[in-house]
Write a protein that binds this ligand. Structure first.
Ligand code: FE
Ligand code: CA
Length: 527
């Protein structure tokens, strides 16, 4: 049994007030208390490294309070504890953080000093209440030989269109690490009078969220969901965002609505990014500065995997060939030379350089790109019956995609795999440096997870998509669910997991399709 270690630095930072913190029970009895629990939004861990991870919670006694403050105003001290066992008897690290109104009473604790590659459990105490216990896991030492890693992939959860049963089933698999690939919230609502029968529950606010109080309310609502809380409580996560964390089809400083000025849109983006930070287990260094927030990052998991987490929204060029009323859309290539203009970028020049340097340095068994969108090109029929591409995804940024896949092939980064979401359907594809040449070899494999609860794509949007796009090895447009990956030294096994009905809170799960990717042999194999 180890006695609890008080983190000396944090002890001093909080001054005399910290004297009560010698043990959780004394602290819980002595501090100010709230009548109801402030732990209404669950707990989470993220960004695992060999000696620690980030712990997150946000205190909120009234999570949906219309001012976005969660019912709290004064700063509150939060005691955190990390233990080696699930009953929290063998506490090995403990410390305090201050939750205050500036970041909506959220805390982001960087725990260090832990042993690599093992599970830990954690909980928080504040205002006379204790949180649920969450489970986290440290990453292996950078060059440790690692035999196995399990991953969950989740994307596109609209509260109104379905329940989060898919999150619950993924939590039950107890993956080592969960990847949230974007559209964790939706900023827009289906007002009841607009959508009879289409929705199963309503957002707390039926308007589109545009300001800080609105985004805080939206994240808090989603975070009250027990299935989402369960998923965060079983494993650390890595996350990126897509458009709906801010606004549908936004790019960089441009709203999808051409009438909104870039100044006004950047104010909205600042509010949205701030609320994202406040609700996710991110490091304090990720804290936004006005409308800017860096989330692209790399993470090594022993010698088995190198993760490159990308940001596909913040730095991109505007979509090519917008119409007077809409930014992204279906465009026929002959009418839009911009679509292949090499001066345009999805990732921004700086992130592109960082990524290509990361490819060169990658030396783990698997190189895994964690990003928001389908990478493979898709020829599809528009409403006008003509073949073309949708411009909001990688198809609108073809020169950047070409540079990325060329750089990847040239770097010889080991066994590259792209993971994505956004398209509300399951996809497995072979990525190539030349998609036009019949029989060109794959340079990477791609898996895209279906939506947790969003509706699938419109009927007919992907008619004959495999015949028109032979690099698409599998597609399912009908189901909701998530994907699970098991990485070993020899192969990745991917399972697409379908839930029975997004409108049923008790939905069951079934395996839809399995795939293999063999080390040393790029491309997807159906199992
Ligand atoms: Fe989505
Ligand atoms: Ca999206």
């Amino acid at each position: 049994m180890h006695p609890p270690l008080i983190e000396r630095r944090q002890f001093l930072l909080t001054g005399g007030l910290a004297l009560l913190a010698a043990g959780a029970p004394a602290y819980a009895r002595s501090g100010p208390t709230a009548r109801t629990t402030p732990f209404t939004l669950g707990v989470a861990s993220g960004d695992p490294v060999p000696d620690g991870f980030v712990l997150w919670t946000r205190l909120a006694t009234d999570p949906l309070a219309s001012d976005g403050q969660g019912g709290l105003f004064a700063p509150a001290r939060v005691l955190w504890e990390v233990a080696e066992d699930e009953t929290m008897r063998r506490v090995v690290r403990t410390g305090q953080a201050v939750a205050d109104a500036r970041f909506a009473h959220s805390i982001h604790v960087e725990v260090d000093g832990l042993k690599p590659d093992r599970p830990y459990w954690y909980r928080f105490t504040s205002l006379g209440h204790q949180s649920d216990i969450g489970q986290a896991r440290t990453a292996p030492a950078p060059n440790a030989r690692v035999e196995r890693l399990t991953l969950g992939m989740a994307t596109c959860a609209h509260w109104e269109l379905g329940y989060f049963a898919a999150y619950r089933h993924l939590a039950a698999e107890r993956p080592d690490l969960v990847l949230f690939l974007g559209d964790y919230i939706y900023e827009y609502s289906y007002r009841g009078d607009r959508a009879k029968g289409r929705t199963v529950r309503a957002h707390d606010r039926q308007d589109d969220v545009v300001d800080l109080a609105g985004y805080r309310n939206r994240y808090a609502l989603y975070k009250t969901d027990p299935d989402l809380q369960a998923l965060h409580a079983v494993a650390p996560c890595l996350m990126t965002w897509d458009d709906h964390e801010v606004q549908n089809d936004y790019s960089n400083q441009w709203s999808q609505d051409p009438e909104v000025s870039t100044e006004a849109f950047l104010r909205r983006r600042a509010a949205a990014y701030r609320a994202f930070y406040e609700h996710m287990p991110l490091r304090p260094r990720s804290r936004p500065h006005g409308p800017d927030m860096r989330i692209y990052d790399r993470l090594r998991y022993g010698d088995l995997a190198e993760f490159l987490v990308l940001d596909g929204r913040q730095y991109r060029s505007i979509q090519p060939c917008p119409t007077p009323t809409w930014r992204g859309g279906h465009v026929v290539p002959e009418t839009c030379p911009e679509m292949t203009d090499p001066s345009r970028t999805m990732l921004g020049a700086r992130q592109e350089r960082w990524l290509y340097d990361g490819f060169k340095r990658a030396d783990a068994r698997w190189t895994v790109m964690v990003q928001d969108l389908l990478v493979a090109p898709i020829n599809q029929t528009g409403k006008d019956g003509q073949e073309g591409h949708f411009t909001d995804g990688w198809d609108g940024y073809q020169a950047n995609r070409g540079r990325m896949l060329d750089a990847l092939a040239a770097s010889r980064a080991p066994n590259p795999v792209f993971l994505g979401g956004d398209i509300h359907s399951f996809w497995a594809t072979d990525l190539k440096t030349d998609f036009r040449k019949d029989g060109a070899p794959a340079v990477a494999s791609e898996f895209v997870a279906a939506a947790i609860s969003q509706e699938g794509p419109p009927k007919g949007a992907f008619d004959k998509v495999q015949a028109r796009n032979p690099h698409v090895r599998y597609v399912d447009l009908e189901t909701n669910g998530y994907a699970s990956l098991t990485l070993t030294r020899e192969a990745i096994e991917t399972r697409f997991q379908a839930i029975s009905d997004r409108k049923d809170p008790a939905a069951t799960v079934r395996g839809l399709q399995r795939f293999a990717v063999e080390a040393g042999r790029p491309g997807v194999q159906l199992a």
